[in-house]
Design a protein around this ligand. Structure first.
Ligand code: ARG
Length: 471
């Protein structure tokens, strides 16, 4: 390897530093199973088109399987002397089966090999992430159903706006995570394209059968251009952008859980198992899990920006810069999976302070719009009604009362159209249940939305278990 190349010109020490610097084995060893699977398919294809004999293919495949089990048993030595997982496996294959190992790399280059490995890895991970998001969404639905009678203030500008059902608020996150699943599934289409056979960049002179390799590896499609095949990392960038959007959603729910568990809000309490204490202040119970998740958004976004920057302006085709695609990818896969898992476990254990949430939704004039709508129903224009309610609010503030705490005579001083039925109209539960427009917070709507989501989730689960990855 480098000793041969640099020979007498460079010292041993320099050689080893270059070896260490260029080595990717520390992180790309996680591709070993996909690398071996890709190589086995490649062997079978080479035998099918008679580039190697069936007997040679059988020897190579047996050796590759042995290497896989050695890696899994921990009896495989990784070293910086061999720069990546591809070199490691090839080198070891030579030790296992002798010279015939040198035939494995016929009609292939590490450029198309690494591309197929990462694609196989990422389609597996995307499938796992979609499955995990399914479990998270199920936890949200379950939690929403348990709290059908909980009312809290809905906010705009972080100012109390109108009362909503807690399950309606939670279902907003359900929708976000559902769109995340759609984005990941959409990305699978472009991940699931088979690049092997593009060789270094121009294709190969051997009579290979790429469709056959693709079918062995369950790829529905073969890449159309050999130059693009070895230089395309769009599918990773797309994954990282879907991951960033998903983490942005996590950062929003985290922020709310952090706020809600503060004594200022007092809406929820995280379970002890998902909180930590302070080393100095004995009274503290900190929402560390949502805080850490909120912070990890930056990390995943950083991975996306790192890869976009890495790829920007790279001339075609393969460049060694591209070896740097794996650390951001692996980091985001790990980060996202751990955030989804911990939220799926944490959500069911959140306790809700129903009374505090309700009380918050009865102060701060959250029923002002409903008083205006009431007047509109009695024939007043909305502008006029808005003005009239505005004056009532000023009066109520001066008298330190809520609108529904004013008596009928006081209310009638703002409009003679107000009668005693107004008190029902201004009740938070009544206000919620009148918002029956599709997608609104009325109990009936939310119940329907949850049932529809449960049915969709069930269907999705079924489809996932029946469809091979990415189809
Ligand atoms: N470790 C390399 C990577 O991940 C594999 C491809 C190397 N190709 C090459 N021509 N040096 O990108």
């Amino acid at each position: 390897m480098s000793e041969k190349v640099w020979g007498g010109r460079f010292s041993e020490k320099t050689d080893s530093r270059v070896e260490m610097f260029t080595s990717s084995i520390d992180f790309d060893k996680r591709l070993y199973a996909h690398d071996i699977e890709g190589s086995i398919a490649h062997c079978k294809m080479l035998a099918k088109v008679s580039v190697i004999s069936q007997k040679e293919a059988a020897i190579l495949i047996k050796g590759l399987r042995k290497i896989k089990s050695d890696i899994e048993k921990g009896s495989f030595e990784f070293t910086d002397r061999l720069e990546d997982i591809h070199m490691h496996i090839e080198d070891r294959l030579q030790q296992e089966v002798g010279k015939v190992a040198q035939k494995l790399h016929t009609a292939r280059s590490r450029n198309d090999q690494v591309a197929v490995d990462v694609r196989m890895y990422l389609r597996d991970e995307t499938g796992k992430i979609i499955g995990k998001l399914g479990a998270l969404r199920k936890a949200i639905l379950h939690f929403a159903k348990l709290h059908m009678d909980v009312i809290l203030p809905g906010y705009t500008h972080l100012q109390r706006a109108q009362p909503v059902l807690l399950p309606h608020h939670l279902m907003a996150y359900y929708e976000m995570f559902t769109r995340d699943v759609e984005r990941f599934s959409e990305g699978l289409k472009r991940i699931n394209v088979m690049p092997l056979g593009s060789a270094a960049l121009a294709g190969t002179t051997y009579p290979i059968d790429r469709e056959y390799t693709a079918s062995l590896l369950s790829f529905p499609k073969v890449s159309a251009n050999s130059i693009d095949s070895v230089s395309d990392r769009d599918f990773i960038i797309e994954f990282l952008s879907a991951a960033s959007i998903c983490m942005m959603h996590f950062s929003r729910i985290s922020e709310e859980l952090i706020l809600w568990s503060s004594s200022e809000f007092g809406f929820i309490e995280l379970s002890d198992a998902f909180s930590t204490g302070s080393s100095i202040m004995p009274q503290k119970k900190n929402p560390d899990v949502p805080e850490l998740v909120r912070g990890k958004f930056g990390r995943v976004l950083g991975d996306l920006v790192a890869l976009l920057t890495l790829m920007k302006s790279l001339p075609l085709a393969y460049n060694r810069d591209m070896q740097g695609d794996k650390e951001p990818l692996f980091d985001s896969v790990d980060t996202l999976k751990s955030c989804i898992d911990i939220y799926t476990d944490m959500i069911p254990k959140i306790s809700v302070n129903k009374k505090t949430m309700y009380e918050a939704s009865t102060s701060g004039f959250l029923n002002a719009t409903d008083l205006a709508d009431y007047l509109v129903n009695k024939g007043v224009t909305f502008r006029e009604a808005h003005h009239c309610v505005g004056s009532a609010v000023v009066y109520a503030i001066e008298n330190k009362k809520e609108l529904n705490e004013l008596n009928l005579t006081e209310l009638q001083s703002f409009s003679s159209l107000i009668s005693s039925d107004i008190f029902d109209v201004l009740d938070p539960k009544e206000m919620i249940d009148r918002r029956t427009s599709f997608g609104g917070t009325a109990t009936a709507n939310v119940t329907d939305a949850i049932s529809a989501a449960e049915a969709a989730l069930e269907k999705e689960k079924l489809a996932l278990s029946e469809t091979p990855p990415g189809e």
